[in-house]
Design a protein around this ligand. Structure first.
Ligand code: SF4
Length: 236
């Protein structure tokens, strides 16, 4: 379902207004949550707009325990269902059988294969039946995200609209919202993490490093720090 965002939404409305527009414009909207700070903010905002918020998350099978704890914490706090989506067992068995369980350390291509099987393919399957999905992308997170639109037809999932209500927000704005509204946040932020993904592929960052420097940290400078959910080689 394709709906053109009105000018105000496309060019800088408050995230709450973008979410309200999304719920008014699309019958079936889902928040795709990684349970990083941005997800927490979006779920909190959405829960203030309506009680029946759809949330789904990708359980790659390699998440840190703290992320699983966050899923339950958020579910309890907001009294919402969180759909936990797993990779296809056959895809997984073929990949692990062919390349081993820690294939991501061996080459960028194998890392992208793992992300495809554990993240991109399950997301594509899970989005069937929805008209729009909401993501926590922000333009300041990475050069690959600098052109992120607030709302646009999703090139990867053609019948859907992809909505990024926080696209124009800074990290400080995200954390100010979390503090003001006492929103639950992922405990790994308190251990120096600035971006949180799968356990074997994420480390804490050091002062002065990019926000996403801890993702796939072993890869060479210049390798794109994206898993394919939001970047497939062109502009986001
Ligand atoms: S982040 Fe690492 S473990 Fe997770 S899907 Fe990507 S390569 Fe696999």
């Amino acid at each position: 379902m394709s709906v053109t965002a009105p000018d105000g939404v496309a060019t800088g409305a408050a995230p709450e207004a973008v979410l309200r527009w999304a719920y008014e414009s699309f019958p079936r909207v889902v928040i795709v949550a990684s349970f990083q700070a941005e997800s927490s903010v979006l779920i909190d905002m959405a829960s203030r707009i309506r009680p029946d918020v759809n949330v789904l998350t990708l359980d790659t099978g390699r998440l840190p325990q703290e992320t699983y704890d966050m899923i339950d914490r958020v579910r309890d706090r907001y009294a919402i269902d969180v759909e936990v989506v797993s990779p296809d067992a056959g895809d997984l068995a073929e990949m692990v059988g062919g390349h081993g369980v820690n294939l991501f350390y061996r080459s960028p291509d194998l890392r992208r294969l793992c992300c495809d099987i554990r993240k991109s393919r399950p997301l594509a399957r899970a989005l069937h039946g929805y008209d729009a999905w909401v993501t926590g992308l922000r333009r300041q997170q990475a050069a690959t995200r600098a052109q992120t639109p607030v709302a646009a037809p999703d090139r990867e999932h053609p019948s859907l609209t992809k909505i990024a209500p926080l696209a124009a927000w800074s990290k400080d704005e995200v954390w100010a919202y979390i503090r003001e509204h006492d929103v639950p946040f992922h405990p790994l932020y308190e251990r120096g993490y600035t971006s949180i993904g799968c356990e074997p592929c994420t480390r804490a960052t050091r002062a002065g490093e990019d926000e996403r420097a801890g993702r796939w940290w072993w890869e060479q400078e210049g390798e794109v720090k994206e898993c394919g959910l939001h970047w497939t080689g062109g502009a986001s």
